[in-house]
Design a protein around this ligand. Structure first.
Ligand code: PRX
Length: 651
């Protein structure tokens, strides 16, 4: 294979970079050969109420790791309080940009600190205390950042649920996390549309087996959009903070290094979403160090990550990474294509953004727009670009490099996962020559390996299952309430390794090229979706007998959703049924899950033990008829012929 030509960081960039080319290798080696000494040194970056006794303990092969045992700290203290007696006090911590052009608000470190303390007092008055959970189902408004920090300050575990999830998806997360309080908004604003949020909370709670004592409702829009208000349970945020006795002081809870910080649900290959549990010190250190070195943080930078706080990217690189470095972070409520496809460029221009971090899906969507949307804005403040969430195709990489970065900005293609807490494989912008489409080299402390089908490590160039060989501080500690599933999902396939679920290739320079999920997880527009969840939603339609979901390559979304559906005997297949199924799935999971193709299948290919063979269905959806692989285990291989013949009708 011909390798892409490397792009070297410019000498000007490299000279000022936080990590220079000459440093990477020795520092990486130290982080692998002597991880405890390396991380002990790096942990000095954080503020500790009490130093740790042991850097690392536990049996990695069982998924057990404990970092900085005995140490006490507080994440909110690290993100706010420690800057209050420094010149950073009056620096912008959070620049919030609203959906509607022109709407924006800035909080300095000091202001954010006061807001967080006041809100913590309000929650304390509702009986919230250390160890409780709070669930945040909010649009991208400052209160989402504020309440996350409130939880951290109080030693309370937050669970942020992406505002685009449906009432039913929310209900599952409520029943799993059992929060004491839900904080929501009367509505959200996104792309010029008003999105009901309180109604979804009402519906979720109506059906939920767990009754949440309090729902705090923030008024995002003037008029109330909800049609229900439960006295005693539902409280207006404005009423709670109207209390003149509410103090602007709230002492930080001194929590243990391994106390949980948050739960974040993500899709797996089977069953319901998994509540990924992250703890305090290791997670914060991972987010803190990676932000500084990968985004080459400079105190004067304005950093913008376009993710939603409902995803891990938002947790680590809108909130905890930037704020724990005393950085200025920008948070955007809207979308890149409204009111027109120049919105991102307008915000970069208006706020003189220096470092911009987005997803390939957004880049591909904006590439299609007329160049005038880019050209009318001054993007000269940019000095570094980032990409995350899915493989970036070289065409999108080149467009981003030339048109957004004007060939002046290095691109960091950052590979990581909800489970890993922080970036794992990435260029360091002043040190690593980049190749379009490659996530390049491991970050400090990360030991990636490629395993073959027998679980043996592949040496040198080659392909395999991407695993990690040794613990790192920001790795997940458990699946909330399900230790066994945690072990089974990540540590059982390849004993002694953490299995990412991704495949990757390593080239002759040791660079990693992520090739995508090798399990039953889809990556649609950078959103991670489980086939099982989507299939279960389709199966709820009374006309459906069976369903199998696979990905197929999609120009804009990276992967599209291809559903094979078998209807019950006698049911006519038509466009109306198709529409009903599409809408049912969006209603059950959320609007982000829109089926692209429904292929009516007379029956589905199964093994003798009754397992649907998705591997073959995926090949057919991709149009790879010549290379279906082993079909000898199927009960009735004839069905494949029918599906292949029909394929052209659907896509
Ligand atoms: O398949 C990989 C893909 O996104 C998955 C993780 O999804 P999630 O937990 O939602 O976190 C997304 C943001 C960190 C991975 O298993 N992925 C993430 N980043 C990249 C990527 N694939 C290729 N290149 C990347 N840079």
């Amino acid at each position: 294979m011909v390798e892409a030509k490397p792009h070297w960081p410019s000498p000007e960039f490299a000279a000022k970079a936080n990590i220079k080319a000459a440093e990477y290798e020795a520092m990486y080696r130290e982080s692998i050969e002597n991880p405890e000494a390396f991380w002990a040194k790096k942990a000095q970056r954080l503020h500790w109420f009490k130093p740790w006794e042991k850097v690392l303990e536990g049996d990695f092969s069982k998924g057990e790791t404990r970092w900085f045992s005995g140490g006490k700290l507080n994440v909110a203290y690290n993100c706010l309080d420690r800057f209050l007696n420094t010149p950073i006090k009056n620096k912008a911590a959070l620049i919030w940009v609203g959906d509607k052009p022109g709407e924006s608000k800035t909080y300095t470190y000091q202001q954010l600190h006061k807001e967080v303390c006041r809100a913590a007092n309000a929650l304390k008055n509702l009986g919230v205390q250390k160890g409780d959970r709070i669930l945040l189902y909010l649009p991208m408004i400052p209160e989402l950042a504020i309440f996350s920090l409130v939880a951290a300050r109080m030693g309370v575990i937050h669970s942020v649920v992406f505002g685009g999830f449906s009432a039913e998806a929310l209900q599952g997360r409520i029943e799993d996390a059992k929060p004491k309080v839900i904080v929501t908004a009367n509505a959200g604003c996104r792309g010029g549309r008003i999105i009901d949020m309180k109604n979804n909370v009402d519906e979720a709670l109506y059906n939920s087996s767990f009754k949440v004592p309090h729902v705090v409702v923030i008024n995002r829009v003037a008029a109330d959009t909800h049609n229900y208000w439960k006295a005693g349970r539902d409280l207006h945020w404005n009423d709670l903070i109207a209390d003149p006795d509410l103090s602007f002081e709230f002492p930080c809870e001194e929590v243990d290094a391994e106390d949980p910080l948050f739960i974040l649900y993500t899709s797996g290959s089977t069953g319901k979403p998994k509540g990924i549990l992250h703890t305090t010190a290791g997670y914060l250190l991972g987010a803190n160090l990676s932000f500084d070195l990968i985004f080459d943080h400079k105190p004067e930078d304005t950093f913008w990550c376009t993710a939603d706080l409902g995803w891990i990217t938002g947790h680590s690189y809108i909130l905890y990474g930037p704020l724990s470095n005393g950085a200025t972070t920008l948070m955007f409520e809207g979308i890149g294509t409204w009111p027109d496809p120049g919105r991102f460029w307008q915000i970069i221009d208006m706020h003189a953004v220096n470092v911009f971090y987005t997803a390939p899906t957004a880049i591909r969507a904006l590439m299609k727009a007329s160049p005038k949307f880019l050209q009318r804005h001054n993007l000269s403040s940019l000095r570094l670009l980032g990409s995350v969430g899915e493989p970036i195709n070289p065409e999108a990489w080149q467009w981003y490099f030339k048109n957004v970065g004007h060939e002046q900005c290095p691109i960091v293609d950052t590979y990581w996962q909800t489970e890993t807490g922080a970036i794992m494989i990435t260029p360091l912008p002043g040190a690593t020559p980049t190749k379009p489409g490659a996530a390049t080299l491991p970050f400090f402390g990360i030991q990636p390996v490629l395993l073959d089908a027998d679980g043996k490590e592949v040496e040198g160039p080659g392909s395999g299952y991407l695993c990690v060989k040794a613990p790192w501080p920001s790795m997940m500690r458990s699946i909330y309430g399900d230790e066994e599933r945690f072990f089974q999902s990540y540590f059982s396939q390849y004993p002694g390794y953490y299995f990412t679920g991704d495949g990757a290739r390593r080239d002759a320079d040791g660079y990693y090229w992520i090739t995508g999920r090798v399990d039953d997880v889809l990556n649609v527009s950078g959103h991670r979706l489980g086939t099982a969840e989507i299939e279960n939603a389709i199966l709820e339609h009374t006309s459906v007998a069976e369903a199998a979901v696979v990905p197929f390559p999609h120009d804009l979304k990276g992967q599209g959703i291809y559903a094979y559906v078998t209807v019950k005997e006698g049911v006519p297949t038509n466009d109306q049924l198709k529409q009903e199924i599409i809408e049912l799935v969006m209603h059950k999971i959320g609007k982000i899950v829109r089926l692209d193709v429904i292929h009516w299948a007379p029956t589905l290919p199964k093994t003798r033990s009754g397992k649907i063979v998705r591997r073959i269905l995926r090949k057919i959806a991709e149009g790879e008829f010549a290379n279906l692989g082993d079909t000898s285990t199927l009960i009735d291989a004839n069905v494949l012929k029918v599906l292949m013949e029909d394929k052209a009708k659907y896509h």
